[in-house]
Structure formats: C-alpha cells, structure tokens
Design a protein around this ligand. Structure first.
Ligand code: GBH
Length: 434
C-alpha cells in the first residue's frame, strides 16, 4: 500500500475562462481571451469561452460532483473581468457552496484573463499593470478573504509571457522576444506587489503556481533552457536574484527596469507546481531557435520518443519525482503543492453512457506514485490537484482536447463521470493506492 501523509490535500483544478461561460453576464467586461478567441484563426474551429461548461450557472451541480469525489480541496480561478461588477457575487455563492461541502477553496487571482481595457493600456508590457493587479488582489481579498484558504497570485507566468508574447499562440497574441521577457519581469513584479497587498490585508497563506519542466538532453542546452523556463521564475521568487545566465538573456532582449528583486522576493507559504511533461533538447548548429524560448538559436527542441498524450506531450512520471526532489533540495523551506497534473486523451462515450479512460487512469496512477516516491525522498509535498475536474475550453485547441475527470457534453451540458473519476474517488477515500 502507498499511503500519503495525513491531511494530504487531494484536489482538482479549473480556471475561470475555461469553465464559467456567462461571458457577457452581470457586468463582466471583456478579457484578452474574449478578444483572442473571437479573432478568426486564433482558436481551432473558432471556439470561444462564451458558454464553456456554463459553470457560472451550474456551479451547484459541479460542487456536488466534487463532494461525491471526496475532494478535500478545489483550485479555481477568479475572473479579474468580473471584479467590481455584480457578477463578482458568483464567487460568494461558489465559496459558500464549497464550504458547505467541506471542500477547502484554493483561489488563483490570474489564470490569463487580463481585462482588455488594461491590455489596451499596454497590458503586461506596462509596469502599471502590476500595480493594478495588486489593487485587484487586495479588493478580492476584502470580498472573499474570510473563506479562501490559500491565495495564488499567478498561474504559470511562463505561459503568459512566452506563449502570450513570444510565439503568440495565446492571448494577447504578440510574437516578439523583447515583449516576452518584459512581460515575464512585470508578471514577477505583479506577484510581489500582490503578495504585499494580500499580507497587508490580512491573508494567511499565499502562493504562486509555476509550470516547471525538467529539461532532458545534451547538458549545455538543457542548462540554458532550464534557465529560460524554470530558474527565471524560481530564483527571483525564492532567492531574490536572476541567475547570471538568465540575466544575460533579459539584457540581450529588453532594457526593462529590473531592480524589483526585493519586491519580487516575498516569502510565500507554498509553491504551486504544474507538471505535465519534460522538454527534450539537443545541440544543433542549424536550429533557428524556438519562438517560445527566445535565445535558443543552435538548440533543437525534439519530440519525445516514448508514449505521448493527445496533446503530443511525453508521458514521464519519473520527471515529476525528480522535479519535486530537485525543488526540495535546491529551494528548501518552501512546501510544495502539485496544483496541476493530468492528461488529454481521445475520450469516447460508450453506449451505456460511460467513458472508459483507461489511459488517463494509468497516467494519473503513475504520477500519484511518483509524487509519493518524492515524498519518500524528503520532498515536502502537501497536496495533488488533478487538471481538470471537467473537460473544458483548452485555450488554442478549443473544446477538442479533454482533460476532465468528468466528461462534458457541450450540446446538452450533461456531465458524465469517467472511469478516472471513480478511480480518483477511491484514491482519495484510501488516502493512497495499492
Ligand atoms: C496548463 O498549462 C494550464 O494552466 C491550464 O489552463 C491548461 O488547460 C492545462 O495546462 C492543459 O494544457 O510540447 O512536450 O514541450 C500547461 C502548460 C506548457 C504544458 C507547455 C506543456 C509543453 C510540453 N504547458 N508544455 S512539450
């Protein structure tokens, strides 16, 4: 038997734009993802988050599913575009429902839905956006702080910076290396200012979630790419410095003002880790570099040679284990939460109304075991959240990729529990697996 520490936080995660819908209700203002998804050619088949899983109206049914799963915690995001509007009351209702069900709420303040009005003023390329974010954080705390257990400032600043501004595959769709690095720094500043604002308002537990990827392959390029993906956030957040090699990239591409490290280096109570797959690199003098990794001329990003998910991402649970062990050794003293782990596969509903997602069960099973192995090696891991509770709007892939424990029929909004839902319920009930 593999048994987790008592009080281990078994959870599931979602994000506002991916599930809520109700995009024009109760005063919600447009975000960069409304603009982006409504721009032809940006999202597969022109899908948008206008309706999504209609969770804004169906939250009670969805919390009932969480209760049935036995979730100890639920990680959701608050839509900045609803802040200061009557629709913000949605989070009052959601939180009350969660607490009623005995589920611990973990709230993320920014999961990529920047108000379009702020984008029009420069978005993350403008320092001022970081100050606006801190004001929003304080205001959200004032409204909801009595019921949220842990506040997460940002979800995956790497994606906001380098996918949003480097390759432009995500909103706001900018393709400019200078913009990517500038956004990365301003996101870090926003985090630091928001932590200060949350603390001043009385918040107890504060965190940030990073997507971290072990980099496999030739040593020299692996080290460089590790800097650009992982240490560029870990070191300022947890050590108060930009590593020398990363600083060289920042300085090569941008003249943004960088002397904010004291502000960025705020103590946090827990580090959220989103883990999906490692990246593989190789030295290749011919390689042009990768738009999401500016500064990688001469480095080839290669496809994994083992099994992959429907996203084409390699399946590698050992890398979750090594990542957690590395974090606990190189950045000791900060408890860890796996705030996302999961996989998309081609799910089909069978005649008897079931979804036999054996591949997802195997994926989750292997990663839960890897998490346990990391704990056995001393990693201070406090919880594990599956991405995702529900199938949802998978950004540029629209509704074509399904990550949920629960299948969503987007025609009827009917929810169908997948086999992985039943598997996870058993894991939570046993606090482990055999
Ligand atoms: C998360 O981001 C998001 O937080 C969430 O909203 C989203 O729905 C979920 O994941 C699923 O996509 O091409 O093999 O090198 C995921 C961040 C960064 C993970 C890029 C995969 C590329 C893997 N992703 N990474 S690979």
């Amino acid at each position: 038997m593999i048994i987790f520490p008592e009080g281990f936080l078994w959870g599931a995660a979602t994000a506002a734009y991916q599930i809520e819908g109700a995009a024009r209700e109760d005063g919600r203002v447009p975000s960069i993802w409304d603009t982006f998804s409504h721009t032809p050619g940006k999202v597969r088949d022109g899908h948008t988050g206008d309706v999504a899983c209609d969770h804004y109206h169906r939250y009670a049914e969805d919390v009932a599913l969480m209760r049935e799963l036995g979730l100890r915690a639920y990680r959701f995001s608050i839509a900045w575009p609803r802040f200061g509007t009557p629709g913000f009351g949605f989070y009052d209702r959601l939180l009350d429902e969660l607490l009623e069900a005995g589920i611990t709420p973990v709230a993320t303040l920014y999961h990529w839905d920047l108000p379009q009005s702020l984008q029009d003023g420069g978005g993350w390329l403008d320092r001022d956006t970081a100050y606006r974010f801190a004001e929003y954080a304080a205001g959200a705390y004032e409204r909801l702080g009595d019921r949220v257990a842990t506040w997460t400032t940002l979800n995956e600043p790497w994606v906001s910076a380098f996918v949003g501004h480097g390759s432009g595959r995500h909103a706001p769709g900018v393709g400019d290396p200078a913009a990517a690095f500038t956004a990365a720094h301003h996101l870090m500043l926003a985090h630091g200012l928001a932590v200060q604002a949350l603390r001043a308002a009385g918040a107890g537990s504060v965190s940030i979630t990073l997507n971290l990827a072990p980099i496999l392959g030739d040593e020299e390029p692996a080290r460089l790419v590790d800097g650009l993906c992982n240490r560029i956030f870990l070191d300022p957040l947890l050590r108060g410095v930009y590593p020398e090699d990363v600083l060289a990239h920042l300085r090569r591409f941008t003249d943004v003002k960088l002397d904010d490290l004291e502000t960025i280096h705020q103590p946090i109570d827990v580090l959220g880790v989103n883990y999906y797959s490692p990246k593989h690199v190789r030295t290749d003098p011919e390689a042009p570099g990768h738009p999401e990794h500016p500064g990688t001329e001469g480095i080839a990003f290669v496809d994994p040679d083992g099994p992959v998910t429907a996203m084409g991402w390699g399946i590698n649970p050992e890398c979750l284990e090594s990542l957690l062990v590395r974090l606990s050794r190189e950045y000791p003293g900060t408890p860890l939460l796996i705030t996302e782990n999961g996989a998309a596969f081609e799910d089909t509903v069978t005649g008897d109304d079931r979804v036999h997602d054996t591949d997802r069960v195997a994926f989750l099973d292997a990663h839960v075991r890897a998490a346990h192995a990391a704990i056995a090696q001393g990693a201070d891991l406090r919880g594990y959240f599956v991405w995702s509770l529900l199938d949802n709007f998978e950004w540029a892939h629209g509704y074509h990729k399904r990550f949920g424990l629960v299948y969503v029929d987007y025609e009827t909004q009917r929810r169908i529990r997948k086999d992985s839902f039943h598997w996870y319920r058993d894991v939570i009930a046993a606090n482990g697996l055999r």
